[in-house]
Ligand binder design. Structure first.
Ligand code: FES
Length: 278
């Protein structure tokens, strides 16, 4: 039997409570990766597949960075791995790259762990010649990840926390609304975060007529358009987030359907979690 590829964890750290950063040696993925794409990993043959949007990549170093939150059995198991351990599968880059072009001023919004996939987009939009205003938020200061990196990569950075422990006391959407109300000419807004945040953001920006893009993270299994697990409704049409997305026009996404499907899945996942704990 020939040696199968395996993917070494070259760096790992907890960057916020229960939020972990991992740098994985995956030269082929690193070389082909573009902002907005994702990978699917598996710890071993028997473990569940975990789709994660790429948080950073370095083609020279041959590494891809992922950031994940401990949510269920598999992500807890992943959090318990350490540098030099190996992952069985690390498939990607998957999905359609973000449509990054020179547009003028772009607002990039990241909520919670959604800040991680926003980071490569900030760099890409800036490289393409845009003025990038970044808005990041979390429940509290300790959950605010990549603040220094985002400040460094953006023309302007705004911070919001739900409890007011840092920056604006409130939601990222308030900050975005203030920017729009200030008369700043904004060509596009990209929002990545929990579905409820993306839904609220979509509703807020619609009356302003500013193009708004969200990156959806539904349930994904194969990541190749075969299983249908990631189907979402966009503009009344069924789309597969893994191949048609993960980015879509926020004003056309049926967020209620997305959220009800995720809730159903989570309740099944928590049953699985109980089996792991006991
Ligand atoms: Fe299976 Fe998209 S993950 S179709």
């Amino acid at each position: 039997k020939c040696d199968h590829m395996s993917y070494q964890i070259v760096e790992k750290k907890e960057i916020a409570p229960s939020v972990h950063m991992m740098k994985i040696k995956a030269p082929d993925v690193a070389r082909a990766a573009k902002a907005g794409q994702f990978i699917i990993l598996r710890i071993d043959e028997t473990s569940e597949r975990v789709p994660l949007t790429i948080a950073d990549f370095d083609a020279n170093e041959g590494t891809v960075t992922i950031i994940f939150q401990e949510m269920g059995k598999t992500t807890k198991q992943l959090a318990n791995m350490s540098a030099s351990d190996e992952l069985q599968d690390f498939v990607g880059p998957l999905g359609t790259p973000a449509d990054v072009r020179e547009l003028g001023t772009v607002i990039l919004v990241g909520g919670g762990v959604g800040i991680a996939p926003v980071y490569p987009q900030v760099k890409a939009y800036r490289e393409a010649g845009n003025k990038v205003i970044s808005v990041i938020g979390a429940r509290n200061e300790s959950l605010l990840i990549l603040e220094d990196e985002m400040r460094e990569a953006s023309d302007e950075l705004h911070v919001a926390t739900d409890d007011g422990s840092k920056g604006h006391h409130g939601f990222v959407t308030d900050v975005v609304k203030n920017i729009l109300d200030s008369g700043e000419e904004v060509a596009r807004i990209v929002v990545i975060g929990p579905p409820i945040l993306m839904k609220v953001a979509a509703g807020m920006t619609e009356p302003y007529g500013v193009e708004t893009i969200v990156s959806l993270n539904p349930i994904m299994i194969d990541g190749t358009g075969m299983c249908g697990g990631c189907r979402v409704s966009v503009g009344g049409e069924t789309k597969f987030a893994c191949v048609d997305g993960p980015e879509f026009d926020a004003h056309k996404v049926d967020f209620n359907l997305l959220m009800s499907r995720l809730a159903l899945y989570r309740s099944e996942e928590s049953k699985c979690q109980e089996n792991y704990d006991h």
